[in-house]
Design a protein around this ligand. Structure first.
Ligand SMILES: Nc1ncnc2c1ncn2[C@@H]1O[C@H](COP(=O)(O)OP(=O)(O)O)[C@@H](O)[C@H]1O
Ligand SMILES: [Mg+2]
Length: 491
């Protein structure tokens, strides 16, 4: 079932020719894209800042202009006062020396002021040239109205000049306000844009990082999964190619290694099965011969000879059990194995099977009990094989549980399955051992001084899986073992 997940992948198992992109390059490109994104947002902010700086300069100039125009206003007011004083002195017809001197000097001073105003105005770059021209015109008129004094002409020109000065100040202030408003607007939009850009960049670079990480880690996960299957002796796994980098190279090597391992496994199996096959008949003949000897067909034997021959027969038993176990496992694993399914009343079947072991349990002094809740439950199964499952589990429980211990067989219905537990209070196993007990030829530390082949549980597992069931062990060192298995109920 689990194999299908890896094998059923869409990506091709054959490696297609494609430009190779090393992992380092992928990561580098990812960084590069992120850096470009950062640069783009920096350029945006830089651009906005440049506009703001230019606006700041304009605002500064505008404020300065207003200050200068205000100075000019003061100067002009002074000048006007002076003119008015001059006019009134002039109309007194030089009553005394002082007035005479004053009237003589005043025009020069006034013209001087006019000149000052003209200079300041001409130096103001910010001033509209048309207005400047008008101001200069009024200044000319004012200069002409000084001497001889023409009061009416002066007043009119001065009124116009004052109006123009005020107007240019008001305009400049309005312009300052506009510039300030714009700079506020630009600042706000830069903040908004900056935040949006940052968010977009965050999402984009996180997305890119995720994609790259996924493209790298997914094939590694598949390799890892396949390695786990291989550890369980399943060599028919091939890892699909999903990238064009070092991992693809690794995948190619891995698949090649699996080919080699599979081939090795097949050769080993063939070798084992041909040897065991060839051993079967000579073994049979040896046993026959020895049985004849024991039966006294070739003459009577002394007790010493008899004991030796009986020992040989026991050893032969072990040997043939090993050979048959290997052959059976081979058959089960190759899938050439056929189940002879029939509907069985499971409770009766289990009681009978367990009872067969009662004597050997009693001999060793280990208790054997049953807790079955399976009345009228029917299971479709191969009787001979399930018998073997119980045999293997019970013989293990007996073998590894010391005298005085206790073994319980528990059975009940669990969903669509019958659930059995063979539970002992023997030595138990470590987690690492428990993970491997279903492997072929594996024997845990508990099996050190006890005879066995390490094939019993491997065969048991194959039988249960052939029935579409499940088997597992729950155990802890010093606290006994529970072997659980499920068999589907008959529909
Ligand atoms: N009930 C049990 N208690 C402790 N260890 C067990 C038990 N059943 C199995 N084992 C361990 O699992 C190993 C594999 O069991 P099995 O495949 O039946 O091989 P065998 O019985 O030939 O040793 C045993 O060698 C033993 O170390
Ligand atoms: Mg065994």
């Amino acid at each position: 079932m689990a194999e299908d997940r890896t094998q059923g992948q869409k990506p091709p198992v054959e490696r297609r020719k494609h430009k190779r992109i090393p992992i380092a390059l992928k990561i580098f490109l990812g960084y590069l894209i992120t850096i470009v994104l950062v640069l783009i947002s920096n350029f945006y902010l830089f651009h906005k800042m440049k506009i703001l700086m230019e606006l700041g300069n304009q605002i500064g100039r505008s404020v300065e202009f207003v200050a200068q125009e205000r100075d000019v206003q003061h100067l002009a007011d002074d000048m006007n006062r002076q003119y008015l004083a001059y006019i009134s002195a002039y109309s007194q017809k030089f009553k005394d020396e002082y007035t005479k001197k004053y009237v003589a000097e005043a025009p020069g001073k006034i013209l001087n002021k006019i000149e000052q105003i003209r200079q300041v105005e001409n130096s103001l770059h910010f001033l509209d040239p048309q207005i400047l021209e008008q101001i200069n015109g009024y200044l000319d008129t004012l200069a002409m109205a000084v001497s001889p004094p023409e009061r009416q002409r002066w007043d009119e020109a001065f009124k116009n000049l004052a109006f123009l000065l005020e107007k240019s100040i008001v305009d400049a202030q309005a312009q300052t306000q506009r510039l300030l408003a714009r700079s506020r607007e630009i600042t706000a939009s830069a903040i908004r844009g900056g935040i949006l850009l940052m968010l977009a960049m965050l999402v984009l670079s996180a997305g890119i990082a995720y994609l790259i990480a996924k493209r790298i880690s997914r094939p590694i996960a598949h390799l890892r999964q396949a390695t786990r299957y291989a550890r369980q002796g399943k060599y028919n796994i091939r890892v699909p190619f999903e990238s064009h980098d070092e991992i693809a190279d690794l995948t190619a090597d891995f698949n090649a290694m699996m080919d080699a391992l599979g081939e090795l496994d097949r050769m080993k199996a063939m070798f084992l099965s041909s040897i065991t096959h060839d051993l079967k008949s000579p073994l049979y003949r040896v046993r026959l011969g020895i049985e004849n000897l024991v039966d006294g067909i070739h003459g009577s034997l002394n007790p010493e000879q008899m004991r030796t021959l009986e020992q040989i027969l026991t050893d032969l038993d072990t040997l043939s059990r090993l050979i048959y176990d290997i052959l059976d496992l081979q058959k089960l694993e190759s899938g050439r194995f056929e189940l002879h399914l029939e509907d069985v009343k499971i409770e009766d079947f289990v009681r009978e099977t367990v009872r067969k072991h009662a004597i050997s349990f009693a001999d060793k002094g280990v208790g054997l009990a049953m807790k079955l809740k399976l009345k009228d439950v029917v299971v479709r199964m191969d009787v001979r094989q399930i018998e073997r499952v119980f045999e293997n589990l019970l013989s293990n429980a007996l073998k590894f549980t010391p005298r005085g211990g206790k073994v319980v067989v528990i059975g009940g219905v669990d969903g669509d399955y019958v659930h059995f537990v063979v539970k002992d209070n023997g030595p138990g196993m470590t987690k690492e051992e428990a993970e491997r007990v279903f492997d072929k030829f594996y024997r845990a530390s508990t099996g050190k001084n006890v005879s066995g082949t390490g094939l019993g549980l491997a065969i048991t597992k194959q039988i249960i899986e052939a029935h579409r069931g499940k088997i597992w062990v729950e155990t802890e060192p010093g606290r006994g073992s529970e072997f659980h298995f499920l068999i589907p109920l008959a529909r």
